[in-house]
Design a protein around this ligand. Structure first.
Ligand code: GLU
Length: 450
């Protein structure tokens, strides 16, 4: 029998440091302190490792990122000057296949964040049971202040600088926050020019004209819809008539809103960097999407009369709705505001939107949380299907892709749900238990090379 690790978890260390030890605190949330995304990810790992009774040797091989690369990218700006941008690629684990995960362009990117995101990718691919490991990249940049040609030079320089890390059998990037199919096309072209070969399988999320997959653009949201349908059915409830709030109106949030609406839900609030917009009678998500595409965001959406602007954008998280979809960034619901969250279903379109204290509080309140590594795995599932199609050079219809996606999502959901029942734990712990078990087994079967 493997021994449980004796290492103290970050959660318990933080709890000891904290002066808050009163009885009013929800059990398990004592000593809440803000944690970083990576610290939070490590706490999530520790909780599932405890359930699995993993040995310290097993943990040593699969918990931490295996390769971290940081580079400075010099880029010629349109005015002739040169600016440098800090960029990362983290390969967390490749036991089950090539590293897989997006590249994020955002002013708040940090190494801590990219490590957390790479970690989640390892376990996301494993919970979805696709043969890929986990990786993530990021560039510290606000892309909205770059011209299209500056953005192209930055994207190409990122890929060229890290070209040895990437490859269809090594590490396969994809879109993430602020990176588009056009950027994937530049990545693919840069790699193909270096290799003097046409290599579409080196990135996913490409335009259809360049070997992208039908269904990829809406895949994350469609996966979220499938998972939500499954959750609601398990609780013997029905989606039609349920109210929805969506935080984040980028690729994932906007299509989640339209798909849930098409399934009969009423979207009552949406938000993006320009603020949160609320209408208890319902917002037409398709019209909101058209508005946001045309205006490059929801700025001024209240002036259309379709919704009122909320005073505080974060209040969207506290609305009395059936379904809350956090589809923006990490650590949006924490020990600070979780108590005020009223949604019965929390469908995590974003990666890491809840911290471990929020998890405890919301579990206690009875919210059903579909954790990120399960809920938003539709994107990487269809990325995998894109990679398969690239490797074969034969392309499927959107119906075929969507039905495969549904099969993968349902299978993953059921595995997590059943594990939750067996271990009497949360959906998050169950999702990590299922996926950590798979990564650990793959790793043990491979053994150590030297
Ligand atoms: N960036 C997406 C995610 O966080 C997609 C990753 C991929 O398709 O490789 O899951």
């Amino acid at each position: 029998m493997p021994k449980t690790t004796k290492k103290e978890s970050i959660a318990s260390k933080l709890a000891k440091k904290s002066p808050m030890k009163t009885a009013a605190v929800i059990p398990g949330t004592e000593g809440h302190q803000p944690v970083s995304a990576f610290e939070n990810a490590m706490i999530q790992f520790d909780e599932a490792a405890k359930v699995l009774k993993l040995s310290s040797s097993q943990i040593a091989v699969i918990k931490q990122p295996r390769r971290i690369t940081e580079v400075q990218l010099p880029v010629r700006m349109d005015d002739g000057s040169i600016e440098t941008f800090t960029a990362y690629r983290v390969q967390h684990n490749i036991a089950r296949g090539p590293a897989k995960g997006g590249v994020r362009f955002h002013q708040n990117v940090s190494l801590d964040e990219v490590k957390a995101l790479a970690f989640w990718m390892t376990y996301k691919c494993a919970v979805a049971d696709i043969p890929m490991g986990g990786g993530k990249g990021g560039v510290i940049v606000d892309p909205s202040r770059l011209s299209v040609s500056e953005l192209e030079r930055l994207s190409r320089r990122y890929f060229a600088e890290l070209v040895d890390l990437f490859g269809p059998d090594r590490d396969v990037p994809a879109p993430d926050v602020n990176t588009t199919s056009q950027i994937m096309a530049w990545f693919m072209d840069t790699y193909s020019m270096h290799h003097r070969n046409h290599v579409p399988g080196v990135v996913t999320g490409k335009p259809l004209e360049l070997g992208g997959s039908a269904g990829r653009v809406m895949a994350t949201s469609r996966g979220l819809l499938f998972a939500t349908r499954r959750a609601v059915a398990r609780k013997s409830e029905k989606l039609p008539g349920m109210t929805v709030a969506v935080q984040g109106f980028g690729n994932v949030g906007s299509y989640s809103a339209t798909l849930l609406q098409d399934d009969g839900c009423k979207v009552v609030a949406i938000s993006d960097v320009n603020g949160a917009f609320h209408n208890p009678n319902g917002i037409d998500a398709h019209k909101a999407l058209a508005y946001s595409t045309k205006n490059r965001g929801l700025k001024g959406f209240d002036l259309t009369g379709m919704a009122k602007k909320m005073k505080n954008a974060l209040d969207i998280l506290e609305l009395d709705v059936d379904i809350l979809c956090p589809c923006a960034l990490e650590l949006q619901i924490t020990g600070k505001n979780a108590q005020k969250v009223k949604a019965r279903y929390i469908c995590e379109g974003a990666n890491g939107p809840l911290d471990h204290t929020a998890d405890k509080i919301l579990d206690k309140k009875g919210s059903f949380i579909i954790p990120d590594i399960l809920c938003n795995s539709g994107g990487v599932i269809v990325s995998y299907l894109e990679w398969v199609q690239n490797n074969m050079g034969y392309y499927w219809t959107e119906e075929r892709v969507n039905s495969d996606l549904e099969r993968f999502m349902n299978k993953a959901f059921d595995a997590v749900y059943d594990t939750m029942k067996v271990h009497k734990c949360s959906m998050r712990v169950a999702a990590f238990a299922v996926s950590i078990q798979r990564v650990s087994q793959a790793s043990e079967l491979r053994g150590l090379y030297a």
